[in-house]
Design a protein around this ligand. Structure first.
Ligand code: ATP
Length: 577
């Protein structure tokens, strides 16, 4: 992205973040305590927008179909769920720190220059380049060639080694071991060891704080003359296998203590779910037995998920606590391709239905080496965010991997019996199989950001008196808009506020969110409701008091029509549907 485009993107995001705070859509979590970078609170308008969006998803995915049922599972599940799903191990991404810039990043996502490539370190500005050159000289004993904000002289010698080449020289003056990648922002190959880092949040179940037990054990272990012997004696058979045995074999004191603490705390350990999906697999049999559904059918769930993300970025695009809307669609093995095509079409149509600019949504098919090993196809629904295309929803063909993992780990049969069909292997009825799964998995909070970006418009127009008037308008789809109708008495007298309340009560009775607004001039009130995305404003004026008519103003066109007050609810209801 060019720097001008970057500035424009930053500018737009800043405007949206500022509008969200000013108008009560989204606040930084715990702001009065300095804020928590990784979490957000959804204010009076934000909670309405988020709920409307999630309700639309539920309406389409569950209420709109005979073959999809809902689930609302617990956030804390049995720890073995995460062992079976691979999250307890597979969620651990190796993390690396740049020893010069202190940037922290995921090793598996870092750029990998080719052997023979120069490895320039590109600093933020010349001042930083000077400082980093000094750090490198002090710590690694070489003086890099400074060209403005770029430090030159490093080169990839092989996939395991990089070196320093003085200007004009073809042989390396100094070399270092290398893991084949550089820091993503500055390009530095001076990196720390890779460290495991689990994206799942851990917590402990039970009324007794496990830290007391840890303290008691550690006090005894660390006082012993030999730590390894003390651990072996204390944990008996457990010390002969798994992580404890591996730590003891390493002889590393810190590793032994860490493994001992893990061992002591593991019985009480629980995790906050990193996705809503697993509960749908775990409850597959119960739902199958109780709902009368037959394969193909789906189970849908929406709710909170938690990930200890390394980088939280772009406002609510990536946060540690977020909401998801996921569906597992169970189908006969061999039919997954057709169902993938069906769900791709359904989901893309859903995203575009609420958008002003449908051209900003696209599919991106995953390359074979990008997919999880068990998936046989995967697409991302991507959106053109101000900073570029990025994921909004993942649609994965997950084969029978999850059900087979849970069968293995739980010891319970999760097979589906089709009485009507012959088993292709034996040619006999019934056919018992583990269904294949298509999973459309979307982020609800990320979706909210997408629709805020899509809706944000700044407009200029000439007024009747010839002046240029600017307005900010959130062109949210009416079904997503937090407030559907603003009822505005022109003045705070002559019975107009009472009439407004009367009309608001009629809207409430009809289940349509309407708010009376009496503050400020009528122009300011229109501007406010444009900015928060209220699709219609109804004004009660002098004429209302005489002939029972009101004006209905459309947010997007700003056009007003006069209708009978008695028809106001029906008219809005019709427009909404
Ligand atoms: P990403 O590549 O952006 O990290 P992912 O591939 O890990 O996403 P999935 O596990 O497929 O995401 O989760 C499904 C959806 O949940 C994503 O498409 C996204 O909309 C949403 N999501 C995932 N992680 C976060 C997060 N940290 N904050 C907000 N939404 C998220």
């Amino acid at each position: 992205m060019s720097s001008a485009a970057q500035t424009q993107a930053d500018d737009l995001m800043q405007k949206i973040v500022s509008l969200c705070k000013r108008r009560g859509f989204v606040f930084q979590s715990s702001e009065i305590y300095g804020g928590l970078k990784s979490a957000y609170d959804y204010g009076p308008l934000g909670v309405e927008l988020k709920r409307n969006l999630m309700n639309e998803w539920w309406r389409d995915m569950v209420h709109g179909r005979d073959n999809v049922v809902g689930l609302d599972a617990s956030i804390i599940m049995h720890p073995n769920v995460w062992r079976a799903s691979g999250h307890a191990a597979g969620f651990a991404d190796p993390l690396v720190d740049c020893l010069v810039s202190k940037e922290r990043f995921r090793a598996d996502k870092a750029p990998r220059p080719a052997v023979g490539d120069e490895l320039p370190i590109t600093c933020a500005d010349q001042g930083v380049a000077k400082t980093w050159a000094e750090i490198i000289e002090k710590r690694f004993g070489v003086v890099l060639d400074r060209d403005g904000k770029v430090l030159n002289g490093l080169k990839a010698i092989s996939t395991t080694e990089f070196g320093f080449f003085a200007k004009g020289s073809t042989s390396a003056a100094k070399t270092w071991p290398w893991r084949g990648y550089v820091g993503p922002t500055f390009g530095s190959p001076f990196l720390s060891e890779e460290r495991q880092f689990n994206l799942m949040f851990r917590t402990a179940l039970g009324a007794v704080d496990p830290m007391n037990e840890v303290a008691t054990h550690l006090a005894a272990l660390t006082a012993a003359p030999d730590l390894a012997t003390a651990v072996t004696e204390r944990f008996g058979k457990d010390a002969q296998e798994g992580a404890l045995a591996a730590a003891l074999a390493s002889g590393d004191r810190a590793k032994i203590l860490r493994a001992a603490i893990e061992h002591i705390t593991s019985p009480a350990m629980a995790y906050l779910r990193p996705e809503t999906a697993q509960a749908m697999f775990v409850q597959f049999k119960n739902i199958l037995d109780s709902s009368g559904q037959k394969v193909p059918f789906g189970i849908a769930q929406m709710g909170k998920s938690f990930r200890n993300e390394i980088t939280v970025e772009h406002f609510i695009f990536r946060s540690c606590e977020f909401e998801q809307m996921e569906m597992e669609f169970f189908c006969e093995p061999g039919t997954q391709k057709e169902w993938m095509a069906y769900w791709k079409e359904q989901r893309m149509a859903w995203w575009k239905r609420y958008a002003n600019d449908p051209s900003k949504f696209q599919f991106r098919q995953h390359a074979a080496d990008e997919m999880a090993h068990y998936a046989d196809d995967c697409y991302d629904v991507e959106y053109a965010y101000p900073w570029g295309w990025g994921e909004l929803e993942g649609i994965a063909s997950r084969t029978d991997y999850d059900l087979s993992q849970h069968e293995k780990h739980s010891g319970q049969k999760l097979r589906y019996t089709d009485q009507e069909k012959e088993d292709p292997a034996t040619g006999k009825k019934p056919w018992q199989y583990l269904p294949y799964v298509i999973e459309p998995a979307a982020g609800a909070t990320r979706a909210m950001l997408v629709y805020l970006i899509d809706a944000y418009h700044e407009e200029e127009r000439r007024t009747a008196t010839g002046e240029i008037e600017k307005r900010t308008v959130l062109k949210l789809h009416p079904r997503l808009a937090p407030i559907k109708v603003a009822i505005l008495p022109l003045v705070k007298k002559d019975g107009m506020p009472e009439k407004a309340q009367e009309l608001a009560a009629a809207f409430r009775k009809a289940g349509i969110l309407a708010k009376c607004d009496e503050k400020a001039s009528i122009g300011k009130r229109y501007a406010k409701h444009d900015e928060i995305g209220t699709p219609w404003c109804i004004t009660i004026d002098g004429q209302t008091m005489q002939d029972g008519t009101v004006t209905l103003r459309d947010r997007d066109t700003t056009e007003q029509v006069r209708i009978s007050m008695d028809q106001a609810v029906a008219s809005v209801r019709e427009r909404l549907s």
